[in-house]
Design a protein around this ligand. Structure first.
Ligand code: 2NL
Length: 353
């Protein structure tokens, strides 16, 4: 076979392999087999020098043509294969930017926390300090210093969660225990009066505990906000003005208040406060059970006996105090038929606020 025939045979074999190379790596191995340092075409080119001089020009020309043809075919196939590879990669990495994103719901404060913050803001606006204290309290701060008699029903095991029972160890408090879960936030205010001199303008929001079975209108744990003012010359008129302002700020400027006589061990005189019904504006409807009024808080002038426990001179100072249940305010504001939804964490309820 002539050298020209050999070269053409190699060229045709190489072109077939180039055409059938399915990926860039295979194509590269074809290139190395023919045009690499130890490639078969390279070997032919190296052997040109040993040909008889008259054959060299033609053999040189043909081998050069074959090399150029193979390089062109390799380059063309390389371009083809890279575009196929790129298309495959783009296909695999494709991202549909028109798909809706995964939703991440934004959380919100619990309704009780919202109302608590709203009430706190009203009293911050009146210059009150916010006070906090322990939820596990001493009987002394929760009952005794608040003028609650030893035999008062609120102190019974039926009504209060006791933590430590000392009745077996100390005969002087027979039937009593000295550590309990606070039943109101009043003990916070007793501690304020013990540690600060008047004038005192304090608000005590926090969780309180009572031994009730949960039902539509009772929870064993709820949130109370109490307020306390002690200053010279404080009268019941100051109490009325303050609470009327607070009710208008919380429920709306068109609401009215009324004060009914009541009894608490720690205040004298004492009153319950009603706010006019927001549905019927006072004329009577199903929501207010025909009365035109909704009961929202208790209050009164601080009993001088309470001042005695904390060393405040009742001849020089007078004061008022009040307490409200935040869950009850929530129920009135949003017409909740059952307070228990406030403790259950059901998103269908919580999402509404
Ligand atoms: C209610 C009634 C009330 C107080 C709380 C109080 C605190 C001190 C002294 C005197 Cl340190 N009184 N607190 C007074 C009257 C009523 O709460 O119905 N709460 C839900």
């Amino acid at each position: 076979m002539s050298i020209t025939e050999q070269l053409h045979q190699q060229r045709d074999a190489a072109l077939t392999q180039i055409a059938s190379a399915g990926d860039l790596a295979t194509l590269e191995s074809v290139r190395v087999a023919y045009l690499g340092k130890k490639g078969s075409l390279t070997a032919v080119l190296r052997g040109l020098g040993s040909l008889p001089p008259e054959e060299r020009p033609l053999a040189g020309k043909v081998s050069n043509e074959v090399r150029v043809a193979l390089e062109a075919a390799l380059e063309a196939r390389r371009a083809e294969l890279s575009s196929v590879a790129l298309k495959a990669r783009i296909g695999a990495e494709a991202l549909d930017v028109t798909l809706p994103g995964r939703s991440r719901p934004v959380g919100s404060r619990h309704l009780i926390e919202q109302i608590r913050a709203e009430v706190v803001d009203v009293f911050l606006g009146l210059g009150y300090q916010i006070a906090e204290g322990p939820e596990v309290e001493l009987d002394y701060y929760n009952f005794t210093a608040l003028n609650t008699p030893p035999d008062h029903p609120a102190r019974s095991l039926q009504d209060t969660f006791y933590v430590r029972d000392l009745s077996g160890e100390r005969s002087d408090i027979a039937g009593e225990s000295d550590v309990l879960l606070r039943t109101h936030t009043s003990p916070v205010q007793v501690r304020v009066m013990e540690s600060q001199k008047p004038p005192i303008y304090a608000l005590a929001p926090g969780k309180v505990y009572r031994r009730d079975i949960a039902d539509p209108s009772h929870l064993p744990q709820f949130t109370q906000i109490e307020g306390l003012v002690v200053d010279e010359g404080i009268t019941f008129a100051d109490l009325k003005g303050t609470l009327d302002h607070a009710c208008k700020a919380i429920f709306g400027p068109d609401r009215r208040t009324r004060f009914r006589p009541h009894f608490f061990p720690f205040t004298e005189p004492s009153a319950e406060v009603d706010v006019s019904c927001g549905i019927c504006a006072g004329s009577g409807c199903r929501f207010c059970k025909g009365t035109g009024w909704l009961e929202i808080l208790g209050c009164g002038m601080v009993d001088p006996n309470v001042f005695g426990y904390v060393g405040i001179d009742p001849e020089r100072y007078s004061g008022f105090a009040f307490g409200m249940g935040v869950e009850r305010i929530a129920a009135l504001k949003y017409d909740l038929p059952d307070l228990r939804v406030l403790l259950e964490g059901d998103m269908r309820f919580l999402r509404q606020f």
